[in-house]
Design a binder for this molecule. Structure first.
Ligand code: OAD
Length: 248
């Protein structure tokens, strides 16, 4: 708990904050993480499904996996971790929430300055004509086709081996360089380039704080590690900050 109060004190003094979230932040909303218990789907690892090669070989299998995740996410609600991050945004002059999650739960919780580096599970893109649109059908017909040209649709998410959108990556870079404190919440810190974001921020001067019930490859590099679920730690951090307009 002493550690939590130290981090709260740091946040109290900071004006510019960046956060990187991963699947762990949505775990308490009932969305399984990729590498934890329940992460395997029909014995497939995400690295074997979320690739352009897997989709080219067996688009039906990949779509069945995404359809399963879309169904879970459609039922999910933001949890106290998402809500605490949305509330934290109002406490800082400069607050950027970078997320690897494609579930849209941060925005639903009220976060506004969100950079979704891996895209959105609710968008589809035509492989033939490139048409990009929102598609919230759950279940989605498998295989889904483009209403304009009949081409095969794919989820508009970033797969392994694909580059991040350069505009979003630049937004991330700028936020990391500005940040005085960076929180890493609910990410296993093994998928690049996101796994390196914390270290980039730290090199540029930010204090690095990890929030995770389990150690990650970055834990030893972090300045503080708050061990526990994001849905408990983030609300506790928020509660430890002075209330806005609350006087002394
Ligand atoms: P992972 O599934 O790799 O890691 C989830 C992390 O969340 C682990 O470190 C868990 O210990 C932690 N965790 C579990 N429950 C938690 C909780 N309640 N509160 C806080 N932390 C908790 O997910 P990511 O790091 O997001 O990419 O994975 C990165 C990328 O790999 C994903 O964006 C996705 C995936 O394949 C693509 O689809 C391209």
């Amino acid at each position: 708990m002493a550690m939590l109060h130290n981090v709260a004190r740091l946040l109290q003094q900071a004006r510019r904050v960046a956060v990187l979230t991963g699947a762990g932040v949505s775990q308490e909303s009932g969305v399984p993480t990729f590498r934890g218990p329940g992460g395997l789907w029909r014995q497939h690892r995400p690295e074997d499904l979320a690739t352009p090669e897997a989709f080219a070989k067996d688009p039906r299998l990949v779509w069945e996996w995404y359809d399963w995740r879309r169904g879970l996410i459609a039922e999910a609600r933001p949890n106290p971790g998402h809500l605490a991050l949305a509330a934290l945004e109002d406490r800082f002059e400069d607050f950027t929430l970078i997320t690897q999650n494609v579930d849209g739960l941060h925005r639903r919780a009220g976060s506004r300055q969100v950079v979704e580096i891996h895209g959105s599970i609710w968008e589809v893109r035509c492989l033939d004509c490139g048409d990009l649109r929102e598609d919230r059908r759950a279940p989605i017909p498998i295989l889904p086709t483009c209403s304009l040209c009949g081409g095969l649709l794919r989820p508009n998410v970033v797969w392994f081996g694909e580059a991040l959108d350069p505009v979003r990556l630049e937004q991330v870079r700028e936020a990391l360089v500005r940040a005085q404190v960076m929180l890493l919440a609910g990410t296993s810190a093994v998928v690049q380039p996101a796994a390196a974001f914390g270290l980039w921020a730290q090199q540029a001067g930010a204090v690095l704080v990890e929030i995770n019930p389990v150690p990650t490859p970055l834990s030893l590099r972090c300045d503080y590690v708050l061990k526990g679920p994001a849905g408990e730690i983030l609300p506790a951090l928020l509660a430890a900050l002075p209330q806005p307009g609350g006087g002394l």
